[in-house]
Structures are given as structure tokens and as C-alpha cells.
Design a protein around this ligand. Sequence first.
Ligand code: PMV
Length: 325
Amino acid sequence: MYALAEARANIALVKYWGKSDLARNLPAVPSLSLTVDALTTRTSVHFDPARNADAVWIDRKPADPRAQERVSRHLDRVLPGRMFAEVRSSNDFPTAAGLASSASAFAALTLAASAAAGAAHDGTKLSILARQASGSAARSIFGGLVLLGVGTPGQTDSSFATPIASERDWPDLRLVIGIGIEGPKEIGSTDGMTRSEASPYYASWTASAPAEIPRAVEAIERRDLAALGAVAERSALRMHACAMASDPGVVYLRGPTVEGLHVIQKLRTRGFHAWFTCDAGPHPKALTTPADAEYVARALAEVPGIRRTIIAAPGAGALLLDGQR
Ligand code: PMV
């Protein structure tokens, strides 16, 4: 009743923002992301009849009660009527930096817990399970470019991720992550999404977002970085505009983030390949090529307040390292 799995973070190029069914965690809009080869979480799950409570360790420290509760609830989902478990999870990046850690964490936990439970779930089933803990985690089950569909409100199994192109299909993609102000985010994504429903732009956000998916898929089929980059910038700006216009407004962008976005757009006027995106946090990210990645990273690192950069390539989906499927 033991398994060890790893999963990587993903960055959405077409953003998921808003829920159509909060209880089942169904997204209001479809999204499309790139699983990256950086930002990896490794998680072991050991269901143990000798235990009388769950024990959850994150980066070798006992998890705080909220994280512990979220993990326990997810184990209940994966194996209803289960025995207690010891869960050990560690990230190869600082959890407190506010980087996307829930995607890699819940994808790795879903695979490790399923394998420890002896369930041979396919990617679709794993994705449905992971989605219920964190929408973006549904996408980290798969590598490369991944689509998450909206599903139907009321139907838990209706929304799951599907791979559009594997990490080997378009190896010449790079994502530069500029790490701005570190620390856990002040407004969690579920909270930000719920608050965004009060935005007068929410209806136009949910109405206009789905059309970006066929544009992104076509750009991926053509390996057209400029077209994919244009979709990514539009989607990120519209998501933030919707959130900022709610009442009270939800503002994730910080000074260095906005400056980072300007730098990325400016690089383009100078002939570099660089298009930005930004999630529910302060870190600007640039979609670029292997040839331009170093330069883009250096330009971002020069922005006051950007502490460091990570250059990521397309990464693999969740992998079982120990245990059986
Ligand atoms: O599923 P969550 O709670 O990690 O929300 C993800 C929200 C964004 O990162 C802002 C967008 C996305 O599609 O990943």
C-alpha cells in the first residue's frame, strides 16, 4: 500500500478563471497549458493499517492544518473508506515562493495515492480526480501542451484534461519564469475566482475565453509561436482585467510584474521571440525559443524586484517512480 510519484507544474497559456460548479470544482472556461520540466513535486503515499491519523509532511516539515486537511480530503476522494496514510511531499523549488505548487502537488498526490490503493486508473480518471483538488492539477497529469475541458455542471466526471501535443512534439518551446515578490499569495485562486463573479466583465470573460482554444490548438499544430504567444497575452490580460474589475478588485500584479510584462513586449520590438503570461500571482513569465531564452531571462532579471529567473522547457506528465499501476 505504498507508492511514490512525481509531477511537474504547468503554466496556462489560455487561462482557467471561474467555476461553473464550486462543489465539484468544474471550470467555467476551457484552458490550455504547457507542462514544464522545472518545478517538480515528488510525493509518497503509504496507506498503513497501524495508523490512527493521517500524517502529512511537506518539504520535510509537518504540513500546516489547512494543507493537511486538503490532502486528507483528497485521499478520501481517491480511495473512499480508506485507512490512514503517511504522505511525504517535497518540491524542488521553494513552496513559499508562491509559484504554482498546487498543480504539481495534487497531480503527484493523485497518482501516488491511486497506485498505493492498487487502482490502475488511466490518465483521464487521474485527471478527473486531480481536478477536484485543484483545476490546474488536472493538466499536470499529462506532459507537453494540455487542454482542460469545462464539462457539465452537476457531473463530476465531465471535466478532464487531454494532451494536445507531447513534450517531444514541440521541444523548441521555452518558458522563462521571473520570480518577483515571494511569499504565499494573499488571495487564493478559488477566492479570486469567486470574487471575480462580481466583475461586470465576468460574463464577457466567460463568453470570449472559449474561442481562444481553437486558435491556440491551430497555432500548436502549425508550431506557430507568434500566434500562440498572441493568444497567451490576450488570455492573461483579459483574466486579470476581469479580476481587477470585481468589487472589491482582485489585483495580483505587482510593480515588478507589470514592469516585466513591458520588458517582454519591448523585447519583441527588438526582434526577440517573447510573449508574456501571468497567473494569480506576481511572477511574469515569457514564452520564447531556446535561442532567445537566455537573453529574455537576463532582461527580466534586470527589472528591479525580479529576484531570479528559471528557464523551463516542455516537461513530462505525472510519473510513477515506485509502486504498481
Ligand atoms: O486550479 P488552481 O486553483 O491552481 O487555479 C489556476 C488559476 C490560474 O493559474 C490563474 C490559471 C490557470 O489556468 O492555471
